[in-house]
Design a protein around this ligand. Structure first.
Ligand code: SAH
Length: 343
């Protein structure tokens, strides 16, 4: 057993020097993934939690340099789902067995706090046995509190990078790492189960920025850690930048599982978009959540964060069955449950 993997298994931590070594030296993947798999089974067994993802708007006021739905992309065809459409997605999702609905969107000023609260209350009223997750970007503490009071209990907001210099290279002046972190700590203080994370292989990422990502996650202690390879989008300032590398990304998933044994770690769509069996590979490297798409097929292709995004033409019911088969083929069991994290 290589020394670093053995230490991760017993101590769930490494020194800065050891982490940099892990991030720069090739690791024996079979041993690493087996160690990560043992760790996930210790707390979560073979369960893989399903979350129904509803991408309800692709309007965005921000201009993140990596993202295809940035405000500055004139080619993006914009859409918003109506409340009725969103509620219909939840209803269909419920009948397919989902007990968590994730409402994700760009930072769309059309959705005032009143509108978000009305939507959250309506979903909570119709599905009292479900969790509502929001992923709608940076807001004031007061707004986050209002969504919580309306019934939202989880919030996904990736920090994207914990290095201020790297953050500056990925985002325009109007955004700051400081505010992103403020949001995450506000969300925690209110009582949300918080998900954070970052892209792997994003432009200008280095082993040192990854080290700061890991240290930041240790400080935040999120319930969920969402990571996935960066994938280039041609209508962005990063059109010429290469995508993240699959195997390196899988090694990061395994590292995170070993360092955060109780965290929920999704096998993200970006993995599936980079490789036909990317989700299965991520599950086997330690991931234990998948988020199949519940959005109406007519709008799927417009939630165009990156190129070659998968499952664009599949009905929700098809996705549900497909996901269950994929999870089983990887050696795990899809679970119909709220699926709170153990963190
Ligand atoms: N507006 C919300 C949701 C953002 S989209 C928010 O700010 O939180 C969800 C995630 O997709 C982002 O946090 C980012 O990490 C990821 N993403 C965006 N562009 C991407 C790309 N080109 N490749 C891979 N992941 C990307």
């Amino acid at each position: 057993m290589p020394e670093l993997i053995a230490k991760l298994q017993t101590e769930h931590d490494l020194t800065d020097a050891e982490l940099l070594n892990f991030l720069t030296e090739p690791q024996p993947e079979d041993i690493l993934f087996a160690a990560a798999d043992a760790e996930r089974r210790r707390y979560y067994g073979d369960a893989v939690y399903l979350r129904g993802l509803i991408e309800f708007t692709n309007y965005c006021k921000n201009n993140c340099y990596y993202c295809g739905i940035r405000a500055g992309n004139p080619c993006a065809e914009r859409y918003r789902l109506t409340d009725e459409q969103i509620l219909a997605c939840c209803k269909e999702g419920y009948s397919l067995g989902y007990r968590t609905f994730v409402l994700q969107g760009g930072e769309d000023p059309y959705y005032t706090d009143e509108k978000i609260c009305a939507l959250v209350s309506a979903i909570a009223m119709q599905h009292p046995d479900c969790r509502i997750t929001l992923s709608i970007g940076e807001k004031s503490r007061d707004s986050y509190q209002r969504y919580y009071d309306a019934g939202a209990r989880r919030f996904l907001l990736r920090h994207e990078t914990a290095s201020p210099e790297h953050y500056r290279k990925l985002h325009p002046e109007s955004m700051s790492l400081e505010n992103r972190k403020r949001c995450l700590f506000d969300l925690k203080a209110i009582g949300y189960q918080v998900g954070s994370g970052f892209m792997i292989g994003s432009p200008y990422q280095t082993p040192e920025t990854l080290l700061s990502d890991i240290r930041f996650l240790q400080e935040l202690c999120p319930a969920m850690i969402g990571v996935g390879p960066y994938i280039t989008h041609r209508e962005t300032p990063f059109a010429e930048m290469p995508p993240g590398e699959l195997h390196f990304s899988l090694r990061i998933v395994a590292l995170l599982r070993l360092m955060f044994p109780k965290a929920l770690i999704p096998a993200t769509t970006a993995f599936a978009s980079l490789h036909a069996e990317g989700r299965e590979l991520a599950l086997r490297a330690g991931a234990n959540v998948v988020m199949p798409n519940l959005s109406p097929v007519t709008v799927r292709k417009h939630y165009d964060l990156y190129e070659n995004k998968v499952c664009l033409g599949d009905e929700a019911a098809h996705c549900r069955g497909c996901m269950e088969r994929r999870i089983a083929s990887a050696g795990y069991r899809a679970v119909v449950a709220v699926g709170d994290s153990l963190v």
